[in-house]
Design a protein around this ligand. Structure first.
Ligand SMILES: Nc1ncnc2c1ncn2[C@@H]1O[C@H](COP(=O)(O)OP(=O)(O)OP(=O)(O)O)[C@@H](O)[C@H]1O
Length: 637
């Protein structure tokens, strides 16, 4: 078959397991144990959703994989890129582990959201597919429960119990059942997410890997986030149902024909990468019921998880409620958090915490909760996720890092869940979205490290006079053109320099004394290292003051930056998969810092927290009473 990427292909065949060029051997489900050293099996998903299993041996590299895909899918090797999380695989495949899902994207000229999902060619591929109906991708001990679940589903499928499509929600989802017809799992294929090519509900138009419903979460990447939330929920603290990433084959799944997105009429078994979560019997969700019966501890535990993972989609529909009356619960209920596909975004944006105004969230954390929070270790969390979900992007892990530190310090300081959630949430003033206090702290930390770098390099070069001259020139003679140039060079630095002669520090100095005498003596900071209080008070007050100032009013450049997304759209000489995400309306980017800058950033970030919390506490009542004009950004429709 000659390559014709624009022709509609109406049918989709089951996954082909492409063996090595010289009769590579496949070892069924006994993957790692049965394989000779160096053998791995990977799953390659095209940007239109098609999934192919490929056995690799030591000699394979990205080029040989693409060659084999070219034979199967007729995509010329020079017109496609193979990516694995952040990595564009040029040649070396050593970072790719057994059972990893890779993404094959066609280069722009040949990529179109209307391009159909190409079928693997050749009947023998189909016939050689020896992989099981459902295979768990990953080997965490946390998936033990999932193994039994998979067995139950396979038994159901084998005796002809069909899955049931889920009608609610925007994405494709299916209840898979056991042999007696009970729903035991909800399966959400990654290529049926909102906007993904095979979405069954009409929300299509993007290829896998492009920004999705939330701009900081790419299409096709919600599945591993669901798993990340489960894996991070140590000790089942927040009650996230067991969840795993699976490769699953069934004819129920949806394939759009790629031209006008009609469903293919002929249903054939098709393989998908999907999240698979245990089905939890429940009575209603939190949107159907008053929240007063919700246990304080359940709200706290879910809130703690949401803060750690920066959940942008905790709407009431994503909290299942189960009555405990049957077992002597007397009106008590259990909460089950679901749908974590929009957590761990690649940038800080606006989270959505439904619980933020529930009275439970204003009750102080219990001793147990404080102990759980104190024991959280973002370094360990990141290592664990890298190990279990190797496709996870570093940008997501940095968000996890920042949020976990923020939570730990805030809880140790004595803030309650509602206060923490509010500090992480953006506000809308005069129809402008403004950065959250958390974002302002991050922006300030970035500014400080840039400033430190500039000072260090200038000090080393011994040209203090010249530096002073530069500053003066910037301050007095900035024009839009110059501002663009400066932003391109150093957006954070410039963004917080005095604007149009207005120096926020002069205002701030006046209020420091007042506030100190008014406020209670705050508790000790939880972070180790030198007390940052005196050093950082001024800069932190700058952030807090900015929070109470309309940024776009004071700083015309700021608004421009936000609209253009320049803050998040920097590029570097090194091409990485990360760069494919276009600048979004984020105020601060974490992913573009080098390791050294990141370490410095975390140090500055931590230093800035204590004064920020103190400021929050001292102005807390007024702040909380202020009417917050929040526009819902959850994804519930
Ligand atoms: N683990 C579960 N157990 C039982 N029911 C579930 C579970 N997960 C999801 N559901 C049900 O399936 C519905 C759709 O699931 P979910 O909200 O996760 O899908 P979605 O497409 O991501 O939805 P949304 O567009 O609201 O984000 C839910 O409203 C809920 O009723």
């Amino acid at each position: 078959m000659s390559p014709n990427l624009d022709s509609p292909v109406q049918t989709q065949m089951a996954v082909g397991l492409l063996n090595g060029p010289i009769n590579g051997e496949y070892h069924g489900n006994n993957r790692t144990e049965g394989k000779p050293a160096g053998k791995r099996r990977i799953f390659v998903q095209t940007d239109t959703g098609c999934v192919l299993g490929i056995d690799l041996d030591r000699r394979d590299n990205a080029h040989t994989v693409k060659r084999r895909l070219q034979l199967a899918l007729s995509i010329p090797t020079d017109e496609s890129s193979l990516t694995f999380g952040d990595l564009v695989l040029k040649n070396d495949l050593s970072a790719v582990r057994n059972d990893s899902p890779l993404l094959l994207t066609r280069n722009l000229l040949h990529r179109s959201s209307s391009t159909p999902c190409l079928s693997p060619t050749g009947k023998d591929l189909h016939q050689r597919d020896q992989s099981g109906l459902i295979e768990i991708l990953g080997r965490s001990v946390s998936f033990a429960r999932m193994k039994q679940l998979v067995k139950d589903i396979v038994k159901g499928i084998n005796i002809g119990v069909d899955p049931i499509p889920v009608h609610s929600g925007l994405g494709g989802a299916y209840y898979f059942r056991n042999k007696i017809g009970e729903s035991v799992a909800i399966v959400k294929p990654t290529d049926e997410e909102p906007f993904a090519p095979n979405n069954p509900k009409g929300f299509i138009g993007k290829a896998l890997g492009q920004p999705g419903l939330k701009r900081s979460v790419r299409v096709g990447e919600t599945g591993f986030r669901e798993v990340a939330a489960y894996l991070l929920d140590y000790d089942h603290f927040a009650n996230v149902p067991p969840t795993a990433l699976v490769k699953i084959t069934h004819s129920i799944f949806n394939i759009n024909d790629g031209v006008n997105c009609n469903k293919a009429h002929e249903r054939k078994p098709v393989s998908k990468i999907a999240s698979c979560q245990q089905f939890i019997r429940h009575d209603f969700d939190a949107s159907d019921h008053g929240t007063s019966s919700f246990p304080v501890s359940a709200v706290h535990r879910i809130g703690i998880l949401d803060v750690r993972i920066f959940n942008t989609d905790r709407h009431a529909g994503n909290l299942l409620v189960r009555k405990l009356d049957g077992v002597g619960g007397f009106g008590q209920v259990e909460l089950i958090p679901i749908d974590h596909g929009l957590c761990l975004p690649e940038n800080l944006e606006d989270p959505y915490f439904e619980w933020i105004h529930w009275p439970q969230a204003s009750i102080p954390f219990s001793e147990d909760e404080l102990e759980y929070i104190a024991n959280l270790d973002p370094l360990k969390d990141s290592e664990m996720l890298r190990m279990e979900l190797p496709m996870i992007r570093e940008a997501c892990l940095r968000v996890l890092f920042v949020c976990t530190i923020f939570l730990k310090e805030a809880a140790a300081f004595g803030l309650c869940l509602a206060e923490i959630g509010e500090m992480m949430s953006r506000e809308f003033r005069s129809r402008d979205e403004e950065p959250s206090e958390l974002e302002l702290i991050c922006m300030e930390a970035r500014r400080l490290i840039v400033e430190k770098e500039v000072l260090t390099s200038d000090f080393e070069a011994g040209d203090e006079d010249e530096y002073q001259f530069d500053i003066d020139e910037e301050d007095s003679e900035s024009t839009p053109k110059m501002a663009d140039d400066l932003m391109a060079k150093d957006p954070f630095h410039f963004g917080f320099r005095g604007w149009n002669g207005w120096n926020p520090l002069s205002k701030l100095e006046e209020s420091i004394e007042e506030e100190e005498s008014e406020g209670e003596e705050p508790s000790k900071p939880a972070f180790a290292g030198p007390s940052p209080r005196s050093q950082v008070r001024t800069v932190s007050k700058l952030s807090m003051s900015l929070k109470n100032t309309s940024l776009s009013e004071k700083n015309p450049w700021f608004q421009g930056v936000k609209l253009e997304g320049s803050l998040s759209g920097q590029s570097s000489g090194n091409r990485s998969a990360n760069e494919q995400l276009p600048g979004s309306a984020s105020f601060v980017k974490l992913a573009d810092m080098s390791d050294e800058e990141w370490a410095l950033f975390l140090e500055k970030f931590q230093e800035l927290l204590y004064p920020a919390f103190a400021s929050r506490k001292s102005g807390g009542v007024g702040q909380r009473q202020r009417q917050r004009q929040r526009l819902g950004t959850s994804c519930q429709f």
